[in-house]
Design a protein around this ligand. Structure first.
Ligand SMILES: [Fe+2]
Length: 235
C-alpha cells in the first residue's frame, strides 16, 4: 500500500541496522506498516568517508532472501541518502552514489545548520549533473523555517521535498505545528518517509502518519504523500 523512499534497513553500512537480526526486526516492522515498495537509502558522504559498496550489495541481497523466506509483500530497491559535499555530483555521475531505485532522482541531505545558499548550490549542481534532487527531511533545516525558501527550491530549482513520518505521527510544538499547517496549505511536501533506523524513537510510523494525514487533509493528500508521488521513481 505505501512507498517508503528513505530508510536504513540494510545492515552494517551506516548508523541503521547493525546486523542481520536487526534488519529482520526492521523489515518486520515495515511489513506491519503495509509498506509495499521500499527504497534503501544508506548514508554516504562523498569524498569524505569510504562507503562499503560490496557489503551494501551483499546485505541488500540477504534482505531480499529474508523477505522471500518470511513471505513479506514488499519489493526492495537500492539507493543512498547522500550528504551534500563538493564531490556529491561527481559521485552520482560515476555511479558511486546510488539514485533512488535506479531512477534520475537523488536523495540529498544536509547538516541542520547548513546555509540556504549551500542548498541552492546543491540543487543547481545536482540538476547540472543530470539528476533531480530530492531534499531529505527538510523539517530539520533551520534555513527552511521560512517557507518562501521551500517554495523557491521547488519552483526555481526543481527540488522535490521529503519529510519524515514523525513530523505528523509525533506530537509537535506550537511553532512547528504552524509551519506544518503552512507547508501543507501551499502543497510544498512531495513525500513522507520513515527514515527508520533500528533504534528507539526511529520506528517506521508510516501507518500512523497516514492516519493523521487522512484525518487532517483527506484521502487524496494522504495517498499522494505516502504512495502516489513516489511512483515517479519506478517509471
Ligand atoms: Fe536517513
Amino acid at each position: 500500500m505505501f512507498t517508503d523512499m528513505h530508510n536504513h534497513f540494510v545492515y552494517g553500512v551506516d548508523d541503521g541496522c547493525a546486523d542481520q537480526e536487526a534488519m529482520l526486526r526492521l523489515l518486520t516492522a515495515l511489513e506491519a506498516n503495509s509498506i509495499t515498495e521500499l527504497i534503501s537509502t544508506s548514508h554516504i558522504t562523498p569524498g569524505q568517508h569510504h562507503f562499503p559498496m560490496e557489503d551494501y550489495q551483499a546485505h541488500f541481497e540477504e534482505a531480499r532472501e529474508l523477505i522471500q523466506r518470511e513471505g513479506f509483500h514488499m519489493q526492495i530497491h537500492t539507493g543512498h541518502e547522500i550528504l551534500y559535499t563538493d564531490a556529491a555530483a561527481r559521485y552520482l555521475r560515476e555511479g558511486k552514489a546510488l539514485t533512488l531505485a535506479g531512477s534520475e532522482y537523488a536523495l540529498i541531505e544536509f547538516l541542520p545548520t547548513e546555509k540556504y545558499e549551500r542548498l541552492t548550490e546543491a540543487a543547481y549542481k545536482i540538476r547540472n549533473a543530470g539528476y533531480f534532487p530530492v531534499f531529505a527531511h527538510i523539517e530539520r533545516y533551520a534555513c527552511l523555517s521560512d517557507i518562501a525558501k521551500i517554495e523557491e527550491l521547488r519552483d526555481r530549482y526543481g527540488v522535490r521535498i521529503q519529510v519524515n513520518c514523525s513530523l505528523f505521527a509525533r506530537k509537535q510544538g506550537f511553532l512547528r505545528k504552524r509551519w506544518i499547517k503552512n507547508v501543507m496549505k501551499y502543497g510544498l511536501i512531495d513525500y513522507v518517509s520513515t527514515d527508520t533506523h533500528d533504534m528507539p524513537g526511529r520506528e517506521p510510523l508510516m501507518a500512523q502518519c497516514y492516519d493523521v494525514l487522512m484525518k487532517d487533509y483527506g484521502k487524496e493528500t494522504a495517498l499522494a504523500l505516502t504512495h502516489d508521488n513516489a511512483q515517479e521513481f519506478f517509471e
